[in-house]
Design a binder for this molecule. Structure first.
Ligand SMILES: O=C(O)C[C@H]1C=CC(=O)O1
Length: 92
């Protein structure tokens, strides 16, 4: 999925630092738990591309809804399935 962030210009420094610290802590917790598998910065944008491995769509929604930055994000979810040519699935 991708998450594009648009923080309001009038957000004060303290509020900005606080929400970014809470976002980072929330993200690290989910990464340590194995549900947020990886996160990449999309070069040149205030956006990330992330891979999640969750038990259900309801769990994914719960995770996203509780992102501290949720209200400032545009999120695009792309469901992924295993590809038959994935080397790790190939017996050759
Ligand atoms: O910077 C971002 O891409 C937004 C957000 C997502 C996780 C995190 O720590 O920050």
């Amino acid at each position: 999925m991708t998450m594009e962030v648009a923080l309001p210009h009038d957000l004060g420094n303290d509020a900005r630092n606080d929400i970014l610290a809470r976002e980072k802590a929330y993200s690290l917790g989910l990464q340590r738990a194995g549900e947020w598998v990886s996160i990449w910065r999309i070069a040149g944008r205030y956006a990330n591309l992330s891979i999640f491995d969750v038990a259900s769509n309801d769990r994914l929604h719960e995770i996203l809804w509780n992102l501290p930055l949720f209200r400032y994000m545009t999120i695009e979810v792309t469901p992924l399935a295993r590809h038959p040519s994935d080397l790790s699935l190939t017996l050759e």
